[in-house]
Design a protein around this ligand. Structure first.
Ligand code: ZN
Length: 304
């Protein structure tokens, strides 16, 4: 059976221990952040107060833009992130990337592995893996800047603080399956792979209330058994990535070393114990680059 091997230089870091963080301050600051983020609304009048003053859509848009510019400045960005277009009315057809298929990909209707969403829109998708670093400032930053992202969680790294990820979910971000223990899946039997993927589905349902339909194999490594097992566990899509952002550099899958419309970008929940910076530093690098190149960050699930 063919083993598909992606270039993932991070495997050695994926098993690092991490230090849990208290979350008491987070609820408070997140609340403040979301309050600060609301555009001002006209007060509800009493009859004695005269006519109702409601902001026009243009005024509302201008107020939101001003808020975003201020938030970008606060987080040290070069400029405000671009706003993505509304979700497409018709979802694109997602198929396995050429060369990334397994045997019987089509006729067994196996979940496709892909790195880019077919779209003409100038957007990219942010995905964040594993779950070791649980930085409250990262949650606040993304909430403040209204940046959507998708998290792929591995249970052994998140189980000491499911609450952090529940908070993330409550802000509208999607949590997806990245196995129980982050193994090299092609080295396991079909049954062992199924235990890793279905076992994580059970955890996701118990802790976060839903069984994901999206799964990412650790290191981007998979074989036909992986996709068969994933399908048996209720998975419909197996996105990997076309670029990876680190706190101090980017890595591209394509030879021309460029971003493309619809690219899926990978980064990791990591902090100073893993690399020379914080999640906020990592996101600053990511957002500055995509904005400079004219891309907005869109929500992956809106296109699946
Ligand atoms: Zn991983």
């Amino acid at each position: 059976m063919r083993v598909v091997v992606q270039n993932d230089k991070n495997w050695a870091r994926c098993g690092r221990r991490f230090i849990g963080r208290g979350a008491a301050a987070l609820a408070c600051s997140a609340l403040l952040s979301s309050c600060a983020g609301s555009p001002s609304l006209a007060p509800r009048p009493t009859p004695a107060q005269g006519p109702v003053h409601v902001l026009s859509p243009q005024d509302r848009q201008a107020a939101e833009h001003a808020r975003l510019v201020a938030a970008a400045r606060r987080w040290g960005l070069d400029r405000a992130p671009l706003t993505p277009p509304p979700p497409p009315r018709v979802k694109p057809e997602i198929t396995a990337r050429a060369g990334f298929e397994v045997g019987h990909q089509e006729d067994w209707d196996l979940p496709p592995v892909f790195t880019t969403i077919p779209t003409k829109r100038k957007i990219v998708f942010l995905t964040i893996d594993d779950g070791s670093e649980k930085d409250p400032k990262f949650l606040r930053m993304m909430q403040d800047l209204k940046i959507p992202y998708t998290a792929f969680l591995s249970n052994y790294l998140v189980k000491d603080d499911y609450g952090y990820f529940r908070r993330m979910q409550s802000y509208g971000h999607t949590l997806n399956n990245h196995t129980l223990t982050h193994p090299y899946l092609p080295g396991l039997s079909y049954e062992e792979q199924k235990d890793e993927i279905c076992g994580m589905q059970d955890i996701m349902e118990k802790q976060f209330g839903r069984r994901p339909t999206v799964f990412r194999p650790p290191y981007g490594n998979y074989n036909q058994d992986t996709l068969r097992a994933a399908k048996a566990c209720g998975i419909k899509y197996a996105p990997i990535w076309n670029e990876e952002v680190y706190v101090d550099h980017w890595e591209y899958r394509e030879d021309d070393q460029r971003m493309r419309r619809g690219d899926i970008v990978l980064t990791h929940f990591r902090g100073r114990s893993d690399w020379n910076g914080t999640m906020v530093d990592d996101m600053r690098r990511f957002l500055n680059k995509v904005t400079r190149e004219g891309y907005a960050v869109a929500r992956l699930e809106d296109y699946l």
